[in-house]
Design a protein around this ligand. Structure first.
Ligand code: V1D
Ligand code: CA
Length: 580
């Protein structure tokens, strides 16, 4: 498959936000990138999804953010202003962290745009309408459940992955930002449903986490992989670690989707970074993953030498489209051409900086340590299937954050309406079982689509008494359009079993299974949401579950040795996934 259907998310507002004078994070870099992508005439080659700013309601609302973040924190982000920040954060001791995370004008909208793009990208992959989905405004990997960190406030990556997990069994998250992807690692530290792998500088460098020995906990043990590198790592050195490690992970873990955080601060000459990677070396990671044919989400991240960031993300957009070899590296005329002088070329060249990775076979030892640690682990985990409602319970029952109800009244209404909704769905699904497949159209994504049809998910119901079926035959892989890279020869077990429906025709737009295969999307009996968030600050009755959505106990204990902060795993999204 040489061509890929690429979906590209862009919000024209994003470049107007500012973290403040003197702050290294410049959202303007996204405008510069888009301008270059457009100047190279790539837009007509992709499904370009541009949010129309006046449709503010199409952005994710606070409720969607609480799939990962705490109510209190989202409420804070929603309400804080530069003027109230000091008071609301208790003098900077809660929610925000010093100079790194200022409460700038329009903060919440900025977070919504970033998170909205990643949620929409996940939705595109879930629906099978795209092979690769790009959101350069995403990739904000440091944000924690209840706290901003390292220029990141809302963790669009965790939200996007949770969305992917509704329809996919295993997600591989790869982070090539120069900093450790701590927020994403922490969120999924105790589950095997997401394998996180970060390449980064670790010693004496923000955020300080990400040692090789940090490998996950409980059921998640082995599913956090860390590859710490040293100052000045070059293209060849990076490749010599990245490719074997990722190749191994692909074969062993057999992910259904890969999410690649393309932080551009790993480029040579970055203002905060310390690596010596060229544009080509960075883009090699994208090319490598594209070549696997596994659905891919490309996200942004760090990157502080503005023109290098726009150059590499433009080039990586071309890689996604498979036109990178045809790109004229002499820049076409564009509105911001003066940013690229004096050479006016699409390039980031390596420098002659000192390379510490050569010392004492550091790289080879690191690579071997990482691979050795993976060898004893059991093969790709599978997961049981669940019903997957499109909406949260609040949405299902027509209670939105705009409802202006008193808290007590709200509690009563929610309980009553949940009860009614479940009863009527039970009745409806009983009738459905005797009739046609439900093909109800899904909720509209928060974006206006330019150039293609909307997400049409064919939904179906699932048998309660599911029976395991092995779907991993070569035929299936061919049918599904997936071509997994070779599993290591000693690991011959089949990946996952899925649950079979009761003779219903099932058509997953991505996997193209016809016949009686599993219900990947089902709408019966929505799981109650973890919590409901309302704009006036009142929380609906909180249904606290002490476990992750797949049954894994939540780790919320004291930090382990190399995690200086308390861990805050995902408490379970309000909606779970179906088997894959
Ligand atoms: F230099 C600065 C000027 C103003 C405000 C902040 C900074 C700055 C530079 N480096 N802040 C940092 C890092 N913070 C610290 C903490 C301050 N302490 C007391 C420790 O060293 C944060 C670096 C964040 C990197 C973010 C990222 O590139 O990984 C990223 N990825 O996606 C989005 C951002
Ligand atoms: Ca990283």
């Amino acid at each position: 498959m040489s061509k890929r259907r690429v979906a590209y998310y862009y919000d024209p507002d994003i470049g107007s936000y500012s973290y403040g004078l003197g702050h290294p994070m410049k959202p303007f870099r996204m405008r510069l990138t888009h301008n270059l992508v457009s100047a190279y005439d790539m837009l007509p080659k992709m499904d370009v999804i541009v949010r129309i700013p006046i449709l503010a309601s199409r952005l994710p609302n606070p409720l969607q953010m609480t799939r990962f973040h705490s109510d209190e924190y989202v409420d804070f982000l929603h309400r804080v202003t530069p003027e109230t920040a000091q008071d609301m954060s208790g003098g900077g001791s809660r929610f925000l962290t010093g100079e790194d995370n200022p409460a700038f004008e329009g903060l919440f909208e900025f977070c919504s745009i970033s998170a909205g793009g990643s949620l929409a990208a996940a939705d595109r992959i879930n629906s099978g309408m795209a092979d690769i989905a790009i959101n350069w405004a995403g990739g904000l990997h440091h944000a924690k459940k209840g706290e901003a960190s390292g220029f990141c406030y809302v963790n669009d990556i965790v939200l996007g992955i949770l969305e992917l997990l509704r329809f996919h069994t295993r997600v591989l998250y790869i982070d090539i930002d120069c900093h450790h992807g701590d927020g994403v690692e922490e969120a999924f530290y105790t589950t095997d449903r997401v394998l996180t792998c970060s390449f980064h500088k670790q010693k004496d460098y923000f955020p300080g986490t990400g040692k090789v020995e940090d490998r996950g906990l409980g059921k998640g043990f082995g599913y956090s992989v860390n590859v710490p590198l040293l100052n000045g790592v070059t293209d060849d050195e990076y490749k010599s670690v990245f490719e074997p490690v990722i190749q191994y992970l692909l074969g062993w873990y057999q992910p259904d989707v890969v999410v690649l955080q393309c932080g551009a601060d790993s480029l040579s000459g970055d203002k905060l970074g310390c690596f010596n990677i060229s544009m080509n070396g960075h883009a090699d990671c994208v090319r490598f993953l594209r070549a696997t044919n596994i659905p891919l989400v490309l996200l942004g991240g760090g990157g502080y030498t503005t023109r290098n960031v726009s150059s590499v993300w433009t080039y990586e957009t071309a890689c996604a489209l498979g036109i990178d070899r045809d790109i004229d590296l002499n820049l076409p005329y564009n509105e911001y051409l003066e940013w690229y002088g004096p050479r006016y070329r699409l390039e980031v060249q390596p420098s002659n900086m000192t390379d510490d990775n050569n010392h004492r076979n550091y790289l080879e030892i690191t690579k071997q340590t990482v691979l050795e640690a993976l060898r004893d682990l059991p093969f790709a985990p599978s997961v049981g299937s669940h019903a997957v409602p499109r909406n949260t319970v609040a949405q299902e029952i027509g209670l939105t954050r705009d409802n202006d109800l008193e808290e007590d009244e709200l509690d009563v209404q929610i309980r009553r309406r949940v009860h009614e909704a479940l009863r009527s769905r039970e009745a409806a699904s009983y009738e459905e079982d005797e009739g046609e497949v439900d093909s109800s159209e899904s909720e509209e994504p928060p974006y206006t689509l330019a150039g293609s049809s909307r997400n049409m998910y064919q939904t179906t119901y699932q048998d309660e008494s599911d029976e395991d079926v092995d779907i991993s035959s070569d035929d299936d892989q061919e049918q599904s359009g997936f071509q997994h890279t070779n599993a290591p020869p000693n690991l011959s077990r089949r990946p996952s079993a899925i649950h079979r429906g009761r003779g219903r025709p099932f058509q997953h737009p991505q996997q193209q299974y016809h016949g009686t295969r599993a219900a990947v999307a089902a709408t019966r009996a929505p799981s109650p949401p973890k919590r409901l968030f309302f704009s006036h600050g009142a929380s609906a009755p909180v249904i606290r579950r002490p476990r992750l959505w797949d049954g894994t106990p939540i780790y919320d204990g004291p930090a382990n040795r190399s995690h200086p902060f308390r861990m805050s795993g995902v408490d379970g999204p309000d909606i779970v996934m179906a088997a894959g």
